[in-house]
Design a binder for this molecule. Structure first.
Ligand code: AMP
Length: 420
């Protein structure tokens, strides 16, 4: 029996990787245009980081982490999200002494033991951006603009931006009390998860997708009803900034996000109709997280984008990228001397940066040409004994079948010119 991969962890095969590479190029170029530098953190961290940073009461930490002991019995976890690790690295590398704000981005795999379905996997990838060291609402607006620009460059249509403010811990204390008193008499009508949440994480009641819970919570108190003066002013200023940048938004008072660390601004980019999940990117402000993780008080704001969901959405909208990673040239040779000579030609083509390959199975001329056809190359360079003696090679265009004999020294300039 061949060994299969675990559920919910897709292979990304040649052919699909063209789309990934395109998307990754867009991410990097865009992030650099906006002044963000890349950071790469480890795939696993001490479990305590996520317990403290993401929050023990969150579904991600309570139910979805891949946690294991190493050989010395220390508890480690595969990262379920990117922000906590970036915050850890920010503190550990004294980035608070760098010129502020520090603007970072990352791209890489995350792991959650979630129920796999369309658009939801156990290993998935996120692109994220984080800005440390500024409470300016203009920074919140900038990360939102960056996120929307990313989708725009990819060509995605029909997106909407939802924003809200979840307030600071002070605003939230009153909210939590009021929400719990509101829902307590009606807990019997809630779904099983929400019945748990009443005591564990009542704010999450607000964004439950179950129709029964949605109905019960329609009139419930929301964070926007309890914003303190400073949170309320910050949220108003953010709306002004978005207006100035001509970014339209909906205010969604029920948005609370799944992670405990958010304070103030929170936002989601929604695309209706991508499987069970409609948020393809989301983020917000986390002004207390650096302190919670043991660093000096430093505000932060950021987002994370699900890459698989973005690719799925592009596919559903019929947006394709023509990846060009296949060899364009196949070198075909017959006869011992010609084969040896063809190897040098192949080497020269590759040195010149031309994507080229050859037969590796000792096939005859016809079979090599067939191979070239199956590989979908544009040109074949043919070297036989005669070409060898004349110092030439035959160059055949696969689409028209047209063939010319050229001097070897002309080979590279010709292929280059045709590629253009
Ligand atoms: P979160 O870290 O939960 O705020 O998620 C940010 C984004 O990551 C979401 O909007 C999704 O696009 C993506 N995402 C989260 N969980 C998964 C998953 N299990 N599989 C695929 N994408 C995911």
């Amino acid at each position: 029996m061949p060994i299969k991969k675990p559920r919910g962890v897709p292979d990304i095969l040649p052919g699909e990787t063209d789309r990934w590479q395109h998307l990754e190029r867009v991410v990097r170029e865009l992030a650099h245009v906006y002044g963000y530098q890349e950071i790469r953190t480890p795939i696993f961290e001490f479990t305590e980081l996520f317990q403290r940073g993401v929050g023990e009461g969150t579904d991600i930490v309570a139910k979805e982490m891949y946690t294991f002991n190493d050989r010395r019995g220390r508890s480690l976890s595969l990262r379920p999200e990117g922000t906590a690790a970036v915050v850890r690295a920010f503190i550990e590398n004294n980035m608070y002494t760098w010129p502020q704000p520090v603007k970072l981005y990352y791209i890489g795999p995350m792991f959650r033991y979630d129920r796999p379905q369309a658009g939801r996997y156990r290993q998935f990838h996120q692109f994220g951006a984080e800005v440390f060291g500024s409470t300016e609402p203009g920074v919140d607006a900038e990360v939102i603009e960056l996120l929307l620009r990313f989708y725009k460059i990819l060509g995605l249509k029909g997106l909407s931006l939802e924003i809200s403010s979840v307030g600071c811990p002070e605003c939230r204390k009153e909210l939590t009390d009021s929400l719990v008193s509101y829902i307590r008499p009606q807990t019997a009508g809630l779904c099983k998860d929400c019945r748990d949440r009443v005591d564990r994480n009542p704010l999450r009641l607000l964004d439950c997708k179950e129709p029964g819970c949605k109905e019960l919570l329609r009139e419930a108190p929301t964070p926007l009803d309890f914003l303190c003066l400073s949170c309320s002013a910050h949220f108003a200023a953010l709306r002004q900034e978005l207006l100035a940048l001509k970014i339209s938004y909906n205010i969604n008072p029920h948005m609370v996000r799944g992670l405990d660390y958010y304070t103030g601004t929170s936002f989601e980019v929604i695309l209706p109709g991508i499987g069970a999940q409609s948020a393809i990117g989301a983020g917000g402000r986390y002004d207390n997280l650096v302190k919670t993780c043991g660093g000096p008080p430093t505000p932060g704001v950021g987002f994370a984008v699900g890459i698989e969901r973005t690719l799925l959405a592009l596919e559903e909208q019929g947006i394709e990228f023509s990846g060009d990673t296949q060899p364009g040239v196949f070198v075909v040779a017959v006869g011992e001397d010609a084969v040896r000579h063809a190897l040098r030609i192949l080497q020269a083509l590759r040195e010149a940066g031309i994507r080229a390959d050859r037969d590796h199975a000792n096939r005859g001329l016809k079979a090599q040409l067939k191979q070239a056809h199956r590989r979908g190359v544009k040109w074949v360079v043919i070297v036989g004994e005669e070409e060898l003696s004349r110092g030439t090679a035959a160059l055949r265009a696969m689409d028209t079948g047209e063939q010319v004999e050229v001097n070897e020294s002309e080979l590279i300039p010709r292929l280059r010119a045709w590629r253009a």
